[in-house]
Design a protein around this ligand. Structure first.
Ligand SMILES: [Zn+2]
Length: 133
């Protein structure tokens, strides 16, 4: 369970939770949570909306960082738009997760989108494993 009950770092499913904070955005208020992979040491932020549990289907987007698209709104790709749309859909839904992978993956054919979200749902549920709350 992802929540904010003030307890210290929890470890769960290969990732370590480092820190979190509220993040007000133009779209709405999210929680931003910093995780560190215990496999490769990669640190990555995750945007979380609502309370998550292993039983309820959850919108999940794995977004690969694209500096030019996400930050500078480049028109060479639609990464920034996709990220914005993901945030809006999660805001509408009232719950969801955006995992922001900090590896430039803009031009990867295998970049997950909402279309194959069910495939990453299992991953999300492990990551948010109910035993950790
Ligand atoms: Zn891009």
């Amino acid at each position: 369970m992802i929540n904010s009950n003030g307890s210290s770092t929890r470890e769960c499913a290969g990732v370590e939770r480092l820190a979190e904070a509220n993040l007000p955005t133009e779209v709405g208020v999210f929680r931003i949570v910093a995780f560190k992979s215990r496999l490769d040491g990669e640190e990555f932020p995750v945007l979380v909306k609502g309370e998550l549990d292993a039983e309820t289907p959850t919108l999940v987007r794995i977004h690969s960082q694209c500096l030019t698209g996400d930050v500078f709104q480049s028109l060479k790709c639609d990464c920034g738009k996709q990220l914005e749309q993901a945030m809006k859909r999660i805001q509408e839904e009232g719950r969801g997760v955006i995992v922001y992978q900090q590896q430039e993956g803009c031009h990867s054919d295998s970049k997950p989108t909402f279309a194959n979200m069910s495939a990453v749902l299992t991953y999300s549920n492990n990551w948010a494993c109910a035993g950790c709350g």
